[in-house]
Design a protein around this ligand. Structure first.
Ligand code: FES
Length: 108
């Protein structure tokens, strides 16, 4: 059975959009955001090395896998990161993420 994963995304202007992603596409959240036309540079290609896919989790932190040491090290380099920060490339889509709410940051 195919489930749909709903993710609410707020951009840097406060505009909110609901993404509906079919389960089973095996992508990272970063790849889904890029495919949804968000301005995510992802210059490292998802290796947790550039931090341009930084997001803030508004709701659903508890359903995400814990941050790896590599992700934490990269987030530590960001002045605007806090304990709700994640690298979107390190989040694999799965049905448990249904209902996740995130905020993305402007690339500058
Ligand atoms: Fe580079 Fe996520 S894409 S850290």
């Amino acid at each position: 059975m195919t489930e749909t994963i709903h993710i609410t995304v707020e951009n840097e202007l406060g505009e909110v959009r609901l993404l509906e992603i079919p389960d089973g596409i095996d992508l990272s959240l970063m790849e889904v955001l890029k495919a949804s036309d968000y301005d995510i540079l992802a210059t490292c290609g998802g290796m947790a090395l550039c931090a341009t896919c930084h997001i803030q989790v508004v709701e659903g932190m508890d359903v995400l896998a814990p941050r790896s040491d590599a992700e934490l090290d990269m987030l530590d380099t960001l002045p605007d990161a806090d304990d709700r920060s994640r690298l979107a490339c390190q989040i694999r889509l799965k049905p448990a993420l249904d209902g996740l709410k995130i905020r993305i940051f402007a690339n500058n």
